[in-house]
Design a protein around this ligand. Structure first.
Ligand code: HSE
Length: 298
């Protein structure tokens, strides 16, 4: 028996659309046990069992894909999934399942794949790199696709930088929320994002947050997606009013992520209250960056 623990991730971080991702200290844990045959699984979300079909279980999908790639048949597996990362909220829940399936298969097969091969297979299944890379590596990651392969740079993030995630009840499928984005962008919007993405990466690397509010601005995706999240602009501005240093839509939403050095409780409550005034239930998590990434625990 072995366990795999994988962190939640927040992609984009404002201007880094499809190329920035950060790992967060909220975890899904996957417990694998070999059995004589078959694939048995239980999925628990916050300790409560939830129904899911085998074909929709991304751990199974990723295991099957990995064993098929090596022309091997899957051994009997019993899997317990302890899920704490809410689904369809822009927190990389599916990336954890895909990576867990690949990492478990790799271990069972005697580690034929290195990290690069693991990431490329995960990218093939997930279709984006910006959750998978930080989920495996931890930290802040700049991810690039070059000739259909992932290139990345990881940076350890200051764990004193507090992270608040406001998670509304609204579910958003990444695929759907990409359809509402324009196919082409204006040159001035491209320059706007390029400059801020560079500033944000430099700020995280140097741990100098003085330009954070500017560095988190975006013109490529958030304004379009805001339509799917009532109160988005108010939640963002109220978080800033309470002292947040940077605020962004997490991945394709619906969660909103805020960064601060202090006052995290008040920031979190102001975000939740803003949603609640619009009749939207939400919860918050106060945490920090996970710099470790995926862990296999024997
Ligand atoms: N970067 C993706 C998007 C989500 O914003 O659509 C995470 O993979």
């Amino acid at each position: 028996m072995f366990k795999i623990r994988i962190p939640a991730t927040s992609a984009n971080l404002g201007p880094g659309f499809d190329c920035f991702g950060l790992a967060i200290k909220v975890y899904n844990t996957f417990i694998f046990e070999k059995i004589p045959f078959g694939f048995e699984f239980i999925v628990k979300f916050k300790n409560k069992e939830i129904p899911i079909n085998q074909g929709d279980n991304l751990v199974y999908v990723a295991m099957k894909e990995t064993f098929d790639m090596f022309n091997k048949s899957m051994p009997g597996i019993r899997l317990i999934e302890e899920i704490n990362i809410p689904f369809s909220r822009g927190l990389g829940s599916s990336a954890t399942a895909i990576l867990a399936g690949i990492l478990a298969s790799n271990k069972i097969l005697g580690n034929p794949m290195n990290d690069e091969e693991i990431l490329n297979l995960a990218y093939k299944i997930e279709g984006h790199s910006d959750n998978i890379v930080p989920a495996l590596n931890g930290g802040f990651n700049i991810t690039i696709i070059e000739n259909n392969k992932i290139i990345f740079k990881k940076v350890n993030v200051d764990e004193n930088l507090r992270i608040i995630i406001a998670i509304p009840e609204i579910k958003i499928k990444t695929k759907e929320s990409r359809k509402i984005l324009p196919a082409e962008v204006k040159r001035e919007d491209a320059i706007f994002n390029l400059s801020r993405a560079a500033l944000l990466a430099a700020s995280l690397i140097t741990r100098d947050y003085s330009y954070f509010p500017v560095a988190f601005q975006d013109k490529l995706h958030q304004n379009y997606r805001a339509k799917l999240i009532p109160g988005f602009y108010d939640v963002v501005s109220n978080a800033y009013n309470e002292g947040a240093l940077g605020v962004a839509l997490s991945g394709s939403g619906s969660s909103i992520i805020a960064f601060t050095i202090s006052n995290e409780k008040n920031i979190a409550q102001s975000m939740i209250k803003t949603f609640s005034k619009l009749g939207i239930d939400s919860e918050y998590i106060i945490t920090s960056t996970d710099n470790e990434g995926a862990l296999i625990i024997d």
